[in-house]
Write a protein that binds this ligand. Structure first.
Ligand SMILES: Cc1ncc(COP(=O)(O)O)c(C=O)c1O
Length: 399
């Protein structure tokens, strides 16, 4: 519970940890640009470098591999565009991007932009019913012509259904052919063990506000020997990969959040996973016609996400009816020109558009309690009944 509201939308953003609020507030009172040479600048630089070391230690990276950004979207853009530009410049035959069909829009739209503006050839890797990438398709796509592949990008875990991708296998396949791999680990960090060095990945995206840190700060972990062309040009900060004055306060908050989330990760995952199982049972008991989307195996999914389709319902109506009861969750749909489109993730999993349209994501996090699940268990049945009745009334030709 958050105040009187029942917050079941932690995958959208999770409350900032109180310790992080204190650290950020303290740093905001400090003066100094980390690039300045005087004492104030050096003090700010110390904060930035200690934060870099702490993030590297928490995620199995070297400090020099941590590039601070203004969030997950920017880190994804830097990885996808920067890697494509560098690899293509190095060898113009490298025009193919292999990306999973269930990526977050920060990757999806960066890839689409490269196709539209730069002539990249995109191959969307299909997923199975659970939302998992088929590694055999990836293998044959690379082996067909390895010299033409610029990069592979597959997220560590999906933000809508929680499915965990076979990142280790993907890296093995791509590495054998010398193809770099980026992963968007925004939803994985703090919920699953993430070891950048051990994973063999070339680049990995982190975002602050999904782990109890501030919004608007993130990092790209990127191997030192990897050539990446910057998206932003300016003062040459962050190894010349990301120009712009570093926000020392936010970076300190990000570091503390990552440190705390990874330190308590295994314990929190067990607690949240149990609550998620209770939530799934409660929803299925209240609405037997509901269908759970994603991987039902605990090892195949994030502990905190449960996604359902409610037949004959509209997801947005369900969301608003729950909101009126004080319960906050999310639909996976994107709004295009004011029209809610079914989620590309659910469609890629083979869910028909009308069923996908009636889907909701409930996501738990570090402040979730059993009372949140109880509140949803009470509300969901009547809400689905109301949404169904409204849907029948609204359907053309039906009164
Ligand atoms: C998987 C994933 N990638 C990227 C992002 C974007 O991160 P940010 O909000 O920090 O830009 C999100 C946020 O919703 C996400 O869930």
């Amino acid at each position: 519970m958050t105040g009187t509201r029942v917050y079941l939308d932690h995958a959208a953003t999770t409350p900032v940890l109180p310790e992080v609020v204190d650290v950020v507030a303290a740093r905001l009172r400090m003066l100094g640009n980390p690039s300045s040479l005087h004492a104030s600048g050096r003090a700010a630089r110390k904060v930035v470098e200690e934060s870099r070391e702490s993030i590297a230690a928490a995620l199995g990276a070297r400090p020099g591999e941590v590039v601070f950004t203004a969030g997950g979207t920017e880190a994804d853009n830097l990885a996808v565009k920067g890697l494509y530009w560098a690899r293509h410049a190095d060898d113009p035959r490298r025009v193919r991007i292999l990306a999973s069909a269930v990526e977050h829009h920060a990757v999806l739209d960066a890839v689409r932009w490269l196709a539209d503006a730069e002539g990249a050839e995109v191959e969307w890797l299909p997923v199975d019913q659970r939302g998992r990438v088929d590694v055999d398709v990836l293998r044959s796509a690379i082996e067909r012509d390895p010299a033409s592949v610029a990069l592979v990008t597959v997220m560590w875990a999906n933000n809508e259904v929680g499915t965990v991708q076979p990142v280790e296998e993907i890296v093995q396949i791509a590495r054998r052919q010398g193809v770099p791999v980026h992963t968007d680990a925004v939803q994985a960090v703090g919920h699953l063990p993430v070891d950048f060095g051990g994973s063999g990945l070339d680049a990995l995206t982190v975002s602050g506000h999904k782990v109890g840190g501030p919004v608007g700060v993130g990092a790209l972990l990127v191997r030192r020997d990897l050539d990446v062309v910057p998206v932003l040009h300016g003062g040459g900060q962050e190894r010349d990969l990301r120009s712009g004055t570093i926000d020392a306060a936010s970076v300190a908050g990000l570091a503390l959040a990552v440190e705390m989330a990874t330190a308590s990760g295994a314990r929190t995952a067990v607690r949240i996973g149990r609550m998620r199982d209770d939530l799934v049972s409660a929803v299925m008991a209240a609405v037997p016609a509901a269908v759970r989307n994603g991987d039902p195996e605990p090892t195949g999914a994030l502990p905190g996400i449960a996604n359902f389709s409610f037949p004959e319902c509209d997801g947005e109506s369900l969301l608003l009816l729950l909101d009126a009861q004080g319960i906050e969750c999310s639909t996976g749909s994107a709004c295009t020109a004011g029209v809610a489109e079914p989620s590309h993730v659910l469609l890629a999993m083979g869910i028909p558009p009308d069923v996908a349209q009636g889907s909701l994501r409930f996501s738990l996090g570090h402040t979730s309690t059993a009372a949140d699940v109880t509140a949803l268990a009470r509300a969901i049945g009547p809400v689905v009944e109301r949404a169904r009745a409204a849907g029948v009334i609204n359907r053309p030709g039906v009164r």
